[in-house]
Design a protein around this ligand. Structure first.
Ligand code: PLP
Length: 553
């Protein structure tokens, strides 16, 4: 696929891959920042998301020479392109990376397994909490710690830089962030989850962590409400004047960066495992998507030079992304009159008044995908570039366009249709599929029957999308379908799909030892109303309590 942008293109041999060291905001009003600044800050001051000023294009001869590297050596090669050595010296960065992936249960970190025909599964769930978010959050936790240790050298008591991490989770971010940050000095973690709407295992994984710096808040609302509270807090001058807020949601650039690594790694694994696949050949990646962070990492890998045929977005019935690719309009709800297609099992999916449906793949129950804004910036940038002005003008235009789309999204619940050229450039690199709950269950069942593999429901959404994509692309293009969670995290859906399989035994076949007895452990969680000022109050109180305990220690 070609994207027609001058800064991309593996063809051109004389392009150097200068490490990108500075970041700008997608809304164009906040730029020139260091990696450390954007990692600690999360969201930009103008409400946008940080992106690198330039995506380094890695010459073919360079990235192809990475093919036999270990996961951590590959990670170092990729991540160091985006971090200036004057910010993190090479040896320190290597150490951070090595420690981040030493917590994984397999040395390969993200192994690739052949599933069926031309479909391969990239297993991303071998980290401490059994979901793909560990790949990014183990790294982010260690980065936070590294920056804070450095900032606090020689400082005592209240002079120390104290980071207050606030996150929203529909399940997996919460536990992965908590495991990335528990017990770390000078950091408090507040994790907001929609009360009663995360899977029982996920809830236990979060609430049974009793470290003093970990605070679970159960919000009476849905996940989008939690995200709204988060946005209000980050935009609030009062809390920002007294607390240094940090973000662990996938708006944090370091998360996207860490995830680009496994796109390269799985590509090389495929070349090792498959005789008919050679380095240089194209692949398709299929990504079960919610906030669009995971697939966006694939887009960066592509822009860096990885031969990607298409990135296939797989959504559940919360399909705002899928509708964008079909219509060019991005709206929270389908525009009235256009009835949802696909024969929804209305009893299986409860609709809430704001349009978000509870599905069997709850980590994808998102209608406003925060990271989509980053892709929008690139689409607007390409569009501006076609006018043939200078790069500074193109970037300024892109920022303005993104701001106006996002304003419409906030004020009118949607934007679009976007210009035809913008939609075309989105379709050049991406395809999309929407998978219902019934199709999700059918996919779990058929893969179990056909190859004996137990998929979690999110992964099943991806595999169904991959099967459809194979029909379009043909069997010659290998598909790497991302497996985002271990099936034991979503026992409800897995058991429902496989209940009538005579020899299926969840505890023997699926349940990892680590989950046994979790429900017997002590829990810590606090209920809070769906009101951002109430959350702000809780944060103030609890941070003060933590600091007091340190004062007297
Ligand atoms: C977070 C998550 C997703 C969605 O990833 P995004 O980066 O938000 O698109 C999919 N599956 C699982 C299991 C997840 O935890």
């Amino acid at each position: 696929m070609s994207n027609g942008v001058a800064t991309n293109g593996t063809e051109s041999q004389d392009q150097t891959h200068t490490p990108c060291q500075r970041y700008l905001s997608t809304r164009g009003e906040d730029g020139g920042h260091s990696f450390e600044y954007v990692v600690l800050k999360g969201l930009a001051a103008d409400g946008g998301l940080y992106i690198p000023q330039e995506v380094p294009v890695v010459p073919e001869s360079v990235w192809q020479s990475w093919k036999d590297l270990s996961y951590t050596d590959l990670a170092y090669n990729i991540i160091s392109l985006f971090v200036s050595p004057s910010e993190i010296p090479a040896e320190d960065l290597k150490d951070i990376i090595n420690r981040s992936y030493a917590t994984f249960r397999t040395p390969e970190v993200t192994p690739l397994v052949h599933l069926q025909d031309s479909i391969h599964l990239l297993e991303l769930f071998h980290g401490p909490t059994f979901a793909f978010k560990d790949v990014a959050l183990q790294f982010l936790g260690n980065l936070f710690e590294y920056f804070l240790v450095r900032k606090n050298q020689g400082k005592e008591g209240r002079d120390r830089y104290h980071l207050t991490v606030v996150g929203a989770t529909s399940g997996d971010t919460g536990s992965a962030a908590i495991y990335g940050l528990r017990g770390k000095k000078d950091v408090s973690v507040f994790m907001l989850h929609p009360k009663g709407r995360v899977s029982p295992i996920q809830e236990l994984q979060m609430t049974t962590v009793l470290d003093a710096n970990v605070h679970n808040l159960a919000i009476t609302g849905n996940f989008d409400h939690c995200q709204d509270i988060l946005k209000s807090l980050f935009a609030d001058p009062e809390i920002n004047a007294t607390h240094k807020l940090g973000a662990v949601n996938s708006i944090n650039w370091a998360r996207i960066l860490a995830q680009t690594v496994y796109y390269f790694y799985s590509y090389f694994s495929l070349a090792r495992q498959s005789e008919s696949f050679n380095i240089g050949d194209k692949v398709r990646f299929v990504v079960p998507s919610g906030n669009f962070g995971d697939i966006l990492a694939g887009y960066f890998a592509f822009r860096m030079g990885l031969p990607v045929d298409k990135l296939v977005i797989a959504t559940n019935e919360n399909d705002s992304l899928d509708r964008f690719w079909k219509t060019g309009c991005y709206t929270k709800k389908p525009v009235s009159g256009s009835k949802a297609e696909g024969g929804l099992p209305e009893d299986g999916a409860k609709a809430h008044e704001d349009g978000v449906k509870e599905t069997m793949s709850p980590a994808m129950d998102v209608l406003v995908s925060s990271n989509f804004e980053r892709l929008l910036w690139y689409l607007a940038y390409e569009f501006a570039s076609s006018a043939g002005m200078d790069d500074e003008w193109n970037k300024k235009q892109a920022g303005q366009e993104v701001s106006s789309w996002l304003t419409d999204l906030k004020v009118k619940d949607g934007f679009g249709p976007v210009y035809k050229d913008v939609l075309e450039s989105a379709r050049r690199n991406f395809e999309s599929e929407r998978v219902t709950d019934q199709e999700t269950l059918d996919t779990i069942k058929s893969l179990y029957q056909e190859v004996g593999y137990v998929l979690d429901p999110h992964t099943a959404v991806g595999v169904e999308a991959a099967r459809r994509s194979v029909k379009r692309a043909g069997a010659d293009i290998p598909h790497i379908s991302l497996s985002t969670a271990h099936p034991a995290k979503f026992s409800g859906a897995v058991n429902l799909a496989l209940q009538d399989q005579p020899e299926f035994d969840f505890e023997a076949k699926v349940l990892p030892q680590e989950f046994v007895g979790l429900d017997q452990k002590e829990k810590r969680v606090q209920d809070v109303a769906n009101d951002w000022t109430a959350v702000r109050e809780v944060i103030r109180e609890q941070v003060e309590e933590e600091l007091k305990a340190l004062d007297s220690a």
